[in-house]
Design a protein around this ligand. Structure first.
Ligand code: S3P
Length: 472
């Protein structure tokens, strides 16, 4: 694990979110809300269009339309692909002869090669890391870059194993960070060991191996979200996954013409949490949610602690993802504290740590969220920003190197809370505020658009009093 870098903390650019506590809807009523498509599955489905042998036109239905997924669209266009919105679908068209856009100089990158397209992925680590993997698999020459925040996040997690497999990758700025020039493909079969549990790092290597048709075994320290493996296995790519390794057989596969994206469990967590925090006995249903077990940690932890959460109407998508309805009944009366103390469980709720900490702050007992070192390398140092967000409500949080203790029984109150321009922090804060009397302002809270553009609409549909205040 590299040392924690000081993060470039962006100035607050987004509008604030203003939340008045309490619920507008009838207590005890039954509600159903839908949430947008899964961000991780959307990234993978779109990138499938870049795999050798992909159909000339790939339609991704139900894709997430947040900033993190939209960052991939101009990036794909810079590689010569056409990407259009058609109804609820994103349609990717391969040019007859793949031809990158004309190259334009970039003022920030000194040694920027003039013969490689410049692919900007903004703040989306999934777009950048998975794209580097696919480009290293196809041997497509390109410079992949990100915004100031993403340029501080680790890329060596995937660049090192890709280089071990023979890929030609060069850091054009700071070592281990973006921008990265991809100039030659993975070409040596073998076994690589990943240092971290990051699903993005593992996915980059697996995508490279499959794109190159190279037999590769990827060993990893923990089972984290496995959407890449499920998707590629559904394509027939000959992938076998065990607890600590993925074996890519290096054989052919077929990318279908249409991929359906299930709803995002990480986004379903916000209306479910609001419902549980009100605790007035009603039922909330969120249908067609991806029920991949590597994503259900937030619900599973609360369920194990006594919350009335269940999964119903189960099925499976053609892409191999389990789906169903998340049902929340009642509140948190039986829950005294929560505990996360295994790496696999942490990874199954890695994006929900701020929300779980916010919920934990309302419980009577002390909660522990551990095995969370990788949280320091997110859009912000999320152990620090989660603690500061919860403390702004009056919670007591002890930050350790690898996790958070959220002390129970603190008197919480509404007020002015920082969102740190980090969508998960802002949405966790706005959700906790729905359960507290008084008005909370989450500064820069509209950054929820990164993953959940209609966050406020969905929370309002379950009864929250929340709006955007752009008159700062
Ligand atoms: C993601 C993996 C996780 C998660 C991120 C999306 C993915 O990141 O936090 O929101 O799509 O694979 P890491 O792989 O860095 O843990």
């Amino acid at each position: 694990m590299p040392e924690v870098q000081s993060f470039a903390m962006p100035m607050t650019e987004s509008a604030d979110l203003v939340v008045d506590g309490g619920r507008t809807t009838r207590p005890g009523a039954a509600h159903e809300v839908t949430v947008p498509g899964d961000k991780s599955v959307s990234h993978r489905a779109l990138l499938a269009a870049l795999l050798p042998g992909a159909p000339a036109t790939l339609t991704v239905r139900g894709a997430n339309r947040g900033g993190a997924v939209r960052a991939l669209l101009p990036a794909m266009r810079a590689l010569g692909y056409g990407v259009d919105t058609e109804g609820d679908a994103l349609v990717v068209r391969r040019p007859a002869t793949p031809r990158p856009q004309p190259v334009r100089p970039h003022p920030d990158v000194e040694d920027w090669p003039r013969d490689a397209p410049y692919v900007q992925t903004e703040g989306s680590s999934a777009a950048a890391r998975l794209l580097v993997g696919v480009l290293a698999g196809t041997g497509t020459r390109a410079v992949v870059d990100g915004d100031e925040v993403l340029r501080h996040r680790p890329m060596d997690w995937l660049v090192d194993p890709l280089a071990e497999l023979g890929a030609d990758l060069t850091y054009l700025g700071e070592p281990g960070r973006l921008p990265v020039l991809v100039s030659g493909p993975v070409r040596r079969p073998g076994t690589v060991d990943l240092r971290v549990g990051s699903a993005q790092a593992r996915s980059a290597v697996v995508l490279a191996a499959v794109a190159a048709g190279l037999p590769v075994t990827v060993r990893h320290p923990v089972r984290s979200r496995d959407h890449t493996e499920r998707m590629l296995a559904a394509f027939g790519a000959g992938l076998t996954s065990a607890e600590r390794e993925v074996v890519c057989a290096g054989r052919g596969y077929t990318v279908p013409e249409v991929i359906d994206v299930p709803a995002d469990p990480s986004l379903a967590a916000y209306p479910v949490a609001a419902h549980l925090l009100w605790g007035d006995g009603g039922v909330l249903r969120v249908p067609r949610v991806c029920l991949n077990p590597t994503r259900l940690g937030f619900f599973d932890v609360l369920r194990a602690a006594g919350a009335g959460i269940s999964y119903e109407d189960r099925g499976t998508t053609a892409g191999g993802e389990p789906v169903g309805t998340v049902v929340a009944r009642g509140g948190l009366a039986k829950v005294t504290s929560v505990r996360v103390d295994s790496p696999a469980l942490l990874h199954a709720l890695i994006d929900e740590v701020p929300l779980l900490a916010a919920v934990a702050a309302t419980l009577p007992g002390d909660s522990w969220i551990g095995c969370a070192e990788e949280l320091r390398f997110k859009e912000t140092d999320r152990l620090a920003t989660t603690a500061r967000m919860a403390e702004s409500f009056g919670a007591t949080v002890d930050v350790a190197g690898d996790g958070l203790t959220v002390r129970g029984g603190s008197a919480l109150g509404a007020g002015l809370v920082p969102g740190f321009e980090d969508h998960r922090i802002a949405m966790a804060a706005a959700t906790l505020a729905t359960g507290l009397p008084g008005r909370t302002t989450v500064s820069g809270g509209a950054c929820h658009r990164t993953s959940f553009p209609d966050f406020a609409d969905v929370q309002r549909a379950v009864g929250a009093r929340i709006c955007e205040d752009s008159n700062r």
